[in-house]
Design a protein around this ligand. Structure first.
Ligand code: ATP
Ligand code: ZN
Length: 283
């Protein structure tokens, strides 16, 4: 069987979460910072550690079959690859930012202005769509210092908390794109079965992350009230306890309604609530 190759970031913001995701999929490999390739001992897969800038093209050209990279890099490099799965980490927004004292008030005011960025392709597309003719200046690092140096009137960059903007006298002006890490695949992958197996494992890890396993005790008198609060995957398991009028209820709860649900369960008579992380959910 041909060995698959997956490209992930060697070091940087996506490295740790990418490694964690693959390990949670049950893949055994050494994560040596110095090696470029790590074989997986229990799955026909090799992991390539690369700069994120190179991952989209490696996957497009078939040097790697799969890759984990920010959507922003895919958009910027304009490669032709399959989007296989959003991964829920590496979330960020790409914004145009302007100096606090900038005269720019509307998008049209950007006409004729110089905008510094490491993402010229994404910015050009945005400007064309909005019919703005501006001067896009490619800078590969520390874009945020360029207005202060008199090199540009605005910047276009990844913004997460806005702290870097603030400390450089800049303010967010327009959101252009939001991004998260995504699993991409080569368009002509031969080994579809293996890819499907890997995607199924990834999905089971992602689903498990979004849910908690909850066990609680409730008197039979309050059982229906508690069950009504738990739409769950299917109906919850109800287990008898030594105490004859009491039962234990086992169920899963989505992370996003967690605190709301827990307080309602308590009001409905639930006691001894135990919450546990879930490793995987296979459907
Ligand atoms: P490399 O050395 O691999 O080229 P890099 O310095 O270009 O790394 P990182 O800063 O590690 O890249 O960011 C990698 C990706 O992480 C970004 O392209 C983006 O998709 C995502 N990301 C998420 N949050 C942030 C953030 N706050 N700042 C920068 N990137 C972020
Ligand atoms: Zn990079």
């Amino acid at each position: 069987m041909k060995t698959l190759k997956i490209a992930i970031q060697k070091s940087g913001r996506l490295n740790e979460k990418s490694v964690e995701l693959l390990k949670n999929c049950g893949l055994n490999f050494e994560n040596y910072k110095s090696s470029l390739i790590s074989p997986v001992s229990n799955f026909p897969l090799e992991i390539l550690f690369l700069r994120d800038d190179d991952i989209p093209e490696y996957v497009q050209d078939g040097i790697a079959d799969l890759g984990i990279v920010g959507e922003n890099m895919i958009e910027e490099t304009e490669v032709d690859v399959d989007y296989l799965q959003r991964l829920g980490f590496g979330k960020c927004t790409l914004k145009i930012a302007i100096p606090n004292n900038s005269p720019v008030e509307t998008l049209a005011d950007l006409g004729g202005k110089a905008i510094a960025t490491s993402y010229p392709a994404i910015l050009e597309k945005f400007l064309v769509k909005n019919n703005i003719k501006a001067d896009v200046r490619m800078i590969s690092g520390s874009v945020e210092i360029s207005p202060g140096l008199g090199l540009s009137d605005a910047i276009f960059d990844i913004v997460s908390t806005g702290g870097t903007l603030k400390s450089n006298g800049l303010k967010p002006f327009a959101d252009v794109m939001s991004s998260e890490a995504i699993l991409i695949g080569n368009k002509n992958i031969e080994n579809k079965d293996l890819i499907e197996e890997l995607i199924a494992r990834i999905q089971s890890v992602l689903r498990a992350k979004e849910t908690k396993y909850v066990v609680l005790n409730v008197s039979k008198a309050n059982l229906q009230q508690v069950i009504d609060l738990l739409p769950g995957v299917k109906s919850p398991s109800v287990v008898p306890l030594a105490e004859p009028d009491w039962v234990a209820v086992h169920t899963v709860i989505p992370e996003r309604d967690f605190w709301d649900k827990i307080s309602k369960l308590k009001q409905a008579g639930a006691q001894g609530i135990v919450v546990m992380p879930i490793e995987k959910i296979i459907v």
